[in-house]
Design a protein around this ligand. Structure first.
Ligand SMILES: Nc1ncnc2c1ncn2[C@@H]1O[C@H](COP(=O)(O)OP(=O)(O)OP(=O)(O)O)[C@@H](O)[C@H]1O
Ligand SMILES: [Mg+2]
Length: 353
C-alpha cells in the first residue's frame, strides 16, 4: 500500500550520510525534495540501518499528501523499535491535525505541527528523521523555510535531479547544514491516479471500524471554522435573510457585525456580500474533522455526518475507542470531504468554512 520500500540498493552517497548520522549522539534530519525524489525511501533506509546499529530512531511523517503512517491529512510521529519495510507498517504515537491532503493554505499548521512532533520525538529518540511533502515551489518553498526556521534541523538533506533546488538550498542554509544528494536512478514517478488510489486505500483502512459518536458543543470546543461563533441568529433574522437572498437559512451567527450563515439555495443569486459569509449546507456533509485532546494534538479523525444546529451537537463517524473519545476536548474542521469507503469528495479553500 506504500510506494517507498526498504532497500539497501542505494547510491553510495547515502552510505556516507548514514556514517555521518551514526557518528553523532543526537541529530535531527529533515529530508526535502520534489515529488518522487525518493524522500520516503531514504527515510526508510536510514531508519532501518540506524535501528540495526542499535540507535533509537523517531520518524516524523509530514507528507500529508502521501503519508505512510496513518491517518492521512495529519502529521504523525512514530518510534519504530524494530526493522520495517515501509512507513505504512509504523504505528503513530502522536499526530497533528492538518485537515487536508493539499496543505498549501496551511503552512502555519504544517510548520507548527512538525515543530511539536519533533519536540516530542527528541524526548524519546537520538535520531529524528523528518519526511516532508514533495511540494517545493511557491507556497511549498515558504513552507519548507518556515519548518526549517522553527525546527532548526542539524542536517537538511536535499534530493535533487540537477540543481533545481539551488535557491531552496540557499534559503534554508541559515537554519541547518544543507547536504545535497542526487535522486537515485531507481526513483520512478508515480501517476496522479495511482497516488489517489494509494490514499483511497488508506482512508478506507483508517475508517474500516468506525462508528458514530455524538459531541455536544457545550463539552468540546469547535475550531477551524467561523460556524458556531458569536450570537446565534433568531428566527426573525433567519427569515429576513432567507427572503432577502432567496436562501433557506438553516442557522446563522453574528460576530462583530459579520454574519455567518449555513444555507441551502432556493435559486442562484449573486454572491459577494462582505459582511455575510454563507456556507452551503452540503459542504458540511462528510467533512473531515480532527478530534483533538486538551493539548491540541490529534487523537484521530472523524467524518461529519450530522449537525443539529439548535441542540449544538455534531455526529461523527470515527474509529476512536471509548477511552480516546473520553479524551476529546476539541473538534477542528478540516478542508476536505471524504467517505469512509475511501472516496475523496473534494478539497475546500481555507476561507470556505
Ligand atoms: N533507491 C531506490 N531504489 C529503488 N527504488 C527507489 C529508490 N528510491 C526511490 N525509489 C522508488 O521511486 C519511487 C518514489 O520514491 P519515494 O516514494 O521514496 O519518493 P518520495 O520523494 O517520498 O515521493 P512523494 O513525493 O510521493 O513523497 C518509489 O516507487 C520508490 O520505490
Ligand atoms: Mg514520500
Amino acid at each position: 500500500m506504500n510506494k517507498a520500500i526498504y532497500t539497501r540498493d542505494v547510491p553510495p552517497d547515502r552510505l556516507e550520510l548514514l556514517a555521518e548520522l551514526s557518528s553523532r549522539d543526537a541529530v535531527k534530519v529533515m529530508v526535502i525534495g520534489g515529488l518522487d525524489a525518493g524522500k520516503s525511501t531514504l527515510v526508510t533506509f536510514l531508519a532501518n540501518e540506524l535501528l540495526s546499529l542499535g540507535r533509537s530512531v523517531a520518524v516524523v511523517d509530514s507528507d500529508v499528501g502521501q503519508k505512510g503512517i496513518l491517518p492521512p491529512a495529519t502529521i504523525s510521529l512514530a518510534l519504530p523499535d524494530e526493522n520495517f519495510s515501509s512507513l505504512s507498517e509504523l504505528e503513530g504515537v502522536a499526530h497533528y491535525f492538518i485537515g487536508t491532503v493539499s496543505p498549501s493554505q496551511f503552512t502555519g499548521e504544517m510548520a507548527v505541527g512538525v515543530k511539536r512532533l519533533v519536540e516530542l520525538a527528541e524526548r524519546s529518540a537520538e535520531i529524528v528523521l523528518i519526511d516532508t511533502t514533495g511540494f517545493v515551489t511557491g507556497p511549498g518553498f515558504e513552507m519548507k523555510r518556515l519548518k526549517a526556521e522553527l525546527v532548526r534541523p542539524d542536517l537538511i538533506v536535499l534530493l535533487e535531479r540537477n540543481g533545481e533546488l539551488d535557491s531552496l538550498a540557499r534559503a534554508l542554509s541559515p537554519y541547518g547544514e544543507v547536504v545535497r544528494l542526487t535522486v537515485s536512478e531507481n526513483a520512478k514517478a508515480v501517476a496522479r491516479e495511482e497516488r489517489r488510489e494509494i490514499r483511497f486505500e488508506k482512508w478506507r483502512t483508517y475508517f474500516s471500524n468506525a462508528r458514530l459518536a455524538e459531541f455536544s458543543l457545550s463539552e468540546v470546543t469547535l475550531t477551524g471554522t467561523s460556524l458556531f461563533t458569536g450570537r446565534p441568529l433568531d428566527e426573525r433574522e433567519k427569515t429576513l435573510l432567507s427572503r432577502a437572498f432567496r436562501w433557506l437559512v438553516l442557522a446563522g451567527w453574528e460576530n462583530e457585525g459579520r454574519y455567518t450563515v449555513v444555507k441551502a439555495d432556493e435559486e442562484s443569486f449573486p454572491r459577494g456580500y462582505r459582511s455575510i459569509h454563507a456556507v452551503d449546507f452540503e459542504r458540511l456533509s462528510n467533512l473531515l474533522v480532527g478530534l483533538l485532546d486538551g493539548d491540541g494534538l490529534c487523537l484521530g479523525l472523524g467524518i461529519l455526518k450530522w449537525v443539529n444546529f439548535s441542540a449544538e451537537t455534531l455526529q461523527l463517524l470515527t474509529p476512536l475507542d471509548e477511552v480516546a473519545l473520553g479524551e476529546v476536548r476539541e473538534l477542528r474542521f478540516g478542508r476536505m470531504r471524504v467517505l469512509e469507503t475511501g472516496e475523496e469528495l473534494g478539497l475546500m479553500r481555507r476561507d470556505e468554512l
